[in-house]
Design a protein around this ligand. Structure first.
Ligand SMILES: NC(=O)c1ccc[n+]([C@@H]2O[C@H](COP(=O)([O-])OP(=O)(O)OC[C@H]3O[C@@H](n4cnc5c(N)ncnc54)[C@H](OP(=O)(O)O)[C@@H]3O)[C@@H](O)[C@H]2O)c1
Length: 300
């Protein structure tokens, strides 16, 4: 049995935590800002998970764990330092379940040893509806590097509802996800419309340009893409005419009045682009707009 802490039990933290609680091999605790005492997870094609949860809102009295799964938004990582001080010892492995391509920053500064940090690409479309309550809208899985730490996470999730895929080319998987996230979050958060807005030809073209810039920077950083990626992303996001449009975590954050993950999903592209001399004006423009949207009232 492993001891596991889920740091940031929002949409993703509750989904992965519930899968581990249900698999029942482990002792799982949740480190939260907002308290709750039950997990309620709705998963398409599966019975819902409804279980009590061991939730803490302060690190006082907590001891180091075997695995820490960091599930906060990228910009929230620095503020988790008090939790890290309580939960991380030299034997603790730390999985970063985050969008973006900078999983090691700034957690490495806080923990000090990058060899214990596992970057994870999260493929779990999920929306938090209340503290502890999450609705998934697709099949969940996680992607990790094909290395001993990745295999160890695979063992942790054995017999759970969430499969762990390993890949020998993690940078490509990470950048492919960024190509998607750079488009879906920015366009839906700014228009405050679901992804069906990409059915408009002028929005689809803008989306394609966002992906092309991201691919150029990703290639300079070592990722490999096929040239059909922009068309595939736009078609998948737009969906078929007449079907409901999908959402994403940045749209949900915008509608709920929460801070946006703009730096990790768009700001990073001009920042790394400048390092390689690659112009990325469209992502720079979206980043500037996302950072300066009028605040909305917070709903959760
Ligand atoms: N949701 C999706 O569909 C999806 C899919 C793929 C990838 N991702 C990525 O997965 C990551 C997590 O996203 P998410 O959608 O799960 O975000 P989320 O629903 O906002 O969850 C983040 C959670 O962390 C909590 N938190 C923040 N700071 C904390 C702190 N200092 N101590 C304890 N708890 C803290 C928040 O609590 P409060 O809100 O109560 O403050 C919230 O419950 C992001 O990088 C996101 O881009 C999300």
């Amino acid at each position: 049995m492993s001891t596991i802490a889920i740091l940031g039990p929002g949409a993703i933290g509750c989904a992965v935590g519930a899968a581990l609680v249900q698999a029942a091999h482990h002792s799982v605790l949740f480190c939260a800002n907002s308290p709750f005492d039950r997990l309620h997870i709705i998963i398409p094609g599966h019975p819902s998970i409804d279980r009590p949860a061991d939730v803490h809102t302060s690190p006082t009295s907590l001891s180091p764990v075997d695995w820490l799964l960091v599930c906060v938004k990228a910009q929230q990582v620095p503020a988790t330092e008090p939790w890290l001080r309580a939960l991380v010892a030299p034997h603790t492995r730390v999985a970063m379940l985050q969008n973006g391509v900078e999983h090691f920053d700034p957690i490495t500064t806080l923990i000090g040893d990058p060899t214990r940090i596992l970057p994870v690409v999260v493929q779990i479309p999920a929306q938090r509806t209340a503290p502890g309550a999450v609705t998934l809208s697709g099949t969940p899985y996680l992607v990790v590097p094909d290395n001993p730490l990745g295999h160890s996470l695979q063992t942790l999730f054995a017999d759970s509802l969430i499969p762990i895929q390993t890949t020998p080319d993690f940078p490509t998987r990470m950048w492919e996800k960024l190509c998607l996230n750079a488009v879906n979050g920015a366009i839906t958060a700014i228009t405050e419309r679901d992804q069906s807005v990409l059915r408009q030809p002028e929005v689809a073209e803008l989306a394609r340009q966002i992906v092309l810039e991201c691919m150029a920077v990703g290639r300079a950083e070592g990722a490999t893409f096929d040239d059909q990626l922009p068309a595939r992303i736009v078609a998948n996001l737009a969906g078929a005419p007449g079907t409901p449009g999908g959402g994403n975590s940045m749209l949900y954050d915008r509608l709920a009045g929460r801070e946006l993950e703009a730096e990790a999903r768009n700001g990073v592209i001009p920042r790394l682009g400048a390092k390689h001399g690659i112009p990325t004006p469209i992502n720079a423009a979206f980043y500037a707009l996302l950072k300066n949207l009028t605040p909305r009232p917070t709903t959760s």
